[in-house]
Ligand binder design. Structure first.
Ligand SMILES: NC(=O)c1ccc[n+]([C@@H]2O[C@H](COP(=O)([O-])OP(=O)(O)OC[C@H]3O[C@@H](n4cnc5c(N)ncnc54)[C@H](O)[C@@H]3O)[C@@H](O)[C@H]2O)c1
Ligand SMILES: [Zn+2]
Length: 239
């Protein structure tokens, strides 16, 4: 089976989602409009605010929760083909999921990238410069603008990453979507790809999603309990 995760799997780890009741954008709708690559490139104030937000991001202190752990169990039972995630927090790898199983559709917050020369550096190095007073630290190699190594709205996904996710969705018998509102494309469309290829679809998410009508099972319950229970069922059924 293949699994797709979203921000909802990490809320129990203290990282707010975007669209849940305590979501970053539910509480501050203006933030969504500023989350585009065009605004980032055009406005030094948006970049300054972005670096300040990265500096205090809850991901730095977050620890994986029971739901991340359940997906490690699924992998160790030999049942996981791929773990596709929209999250940028690396909590799957931190929980013990094999890095080669994790497909990070939207990149990672743990690295910075130069938008001119594509240099990738550890985020911790750039944040140390921000903490020391640089409002918008330029690339150490070419002086270009830097950003987290994540996909902003208006940026395309990396073709090889999207390709791997499409392969994983189209070649599984069961596709499980966890903690995602299934409103961000192309990630959400992976559910349709899996269904078209004949897979069953299971959705674990508190709020309804556009794919609920097509799912074989929809679990509108807290992920921290619902996902470990589902994984246990799947492992027992495979024995
Ligand atoms: N942890 C992270 O890395 C993080 C956090 C916020 C946003 N993002 C990014 O923002 C985008 C948001 O899209 P998305 O679909 O992943 O998130 P989203 O905010 O659109 O949806 C999250 C969903 O999870 C559900 N949810 C939250 N906590 C839950 C819980 N404990 N139990 C059950 N359901 C719960 C909510 O009802 C909501 O429908 C992604 O592309 C991602 O890259 C990432
Ligand atoms: Zn550069």
């Amino acid at each position: 089976m293949s699994v797709l995760t979203g921000a909802g799997i990490s809320t129990d780890s203290g990282i707010p989602d975007y669209r849940g009741p305590q979501g970053v954008w539910t509480r501050n709708p203006a933030a969504e409009a500023n989350a585009t690559i065009d605004r980032y490139l055009a406005d030094p104030e948006v970049r300054r605010a972005s670096w300040q937000a990265r500096l205090v991001h809850p991901a730095w202190d977050a620890r994986p929760n029971a739901a991340h752990g359940a997906l490690v169990d699924l992998e160790r039972a030999g049942l996981l083909r791929a773990l596709i995630t929209q999250n940028i927090d690396e909590l799957h790898q931190r929980a013990g999921s094999a890095p080669e199983k994790v497909i990070e559709l939207h990149g990672t917050l743990h690295r910075a990238e130069c938008l001119s020369c594509d240099l990738i550096t550890p985020m911790s190095e750039v944040l140390a410069r921000v903490a020391a007073g640089e409002a918008d630290p330029p690339c150490p190699r070419c002086g270009g603008l830097q950003k987290s190594n994540t996909i902003s709205f208006g940026q395309s996904l990396k073709p090889e990453v999207l390709g791997a996710a499409l392969d994983a969705a189209r070649s599984c018998d069961l596709f499980v979507a966890v903690g995602t509102s299934l409103t961000v494309h192309p990630a959400a469309g992976l559910c349709g790809e899996a269904l078209d290829a004949g897979a069953r679809l299971v959705i674990v998410n508190a709020a309804p999603t556009p794919y609920d009508p097509y799912a074989d099972q929809v679990i509108h319950e807290p992920i921290g309990e619902a996902l470990p229970a589902l994984v246990k069922e799947l492992i027992d059924a495979a024995r």
